[in-house]
Write a protein that binds this ligand. Sequence first.
Ligand code: PGA
Length: 254
Amino acid sequence: MARKRLIAGNWKMHKTDSEAGESAVNLKALLANIKDIDILICPAFTSLYSLASIFRKTSIMLGAQNMHFEKEGAFTGEISAPMLRDIGVAYVILGHSERRHIFNEDDNMINRKVTAALAAGIAPILCIGETSEQRNRNETLDVLESQLTRCLKDVSKANAKKLIIAYEPVWAIGTGKNATPEQAEDIHRFIRTIIENLYDRNTAEIIRILYGGSVKQFNAKALLDKPDIDGALVGGASLEPAVFAEIVGMARIK
Ligand code: PGA
């Protein structure tokens, strides 16, 4: 079964709502009719509502960059999965390394968020990845296996099939450094084996595994050509609509 490819733009803490709106209008003109690739934009919370309206009746989907694990309550400054779902958010990035390292999110908290997103009908994009220190100590595979196992604790097979996994080596995020397509493919295959061990082969074949970390218009094609790389989570290069559209275009030709 061929997995539908997904190109996701993570805008991080960039763009005011006016700037986001302008980019969204441009993206709509560039990408509105593409059906063979899933296209996802993850703006700041402040632009989710206005982008939902701009992307209505297009195939461009909307994702959040984070959420709280409780449905509601006294959690000043937080946003819940049902709140996101209600305005048309289909995906949420969880466990991004910036959340893990700057905001001290651990696998246990990410697991609670994964469970809460699934319960609300939002597909988590679960990010995993090793730091350069872990890589230098040859711990990459152990780190990835442990992150996956802990973040997916008590997630049923039926729910696991709705997940997206993003392999984002921390040393490649925002640094201009890249895993080579071969290195990335090896890791993606390893991740698929872990999923098979946790669930079964069918689930491992269904789950899409994205690569993230300095994906640019000049390196995307070689990464996306690999059989186990099902798409990309694009940070910096997603901020410019024409560049993001170029990367989407590369996912269309295999
Ligand atoms: P980058 O970010 O493409 O700017 O490296 C990727 C990410 O953090 O998702």
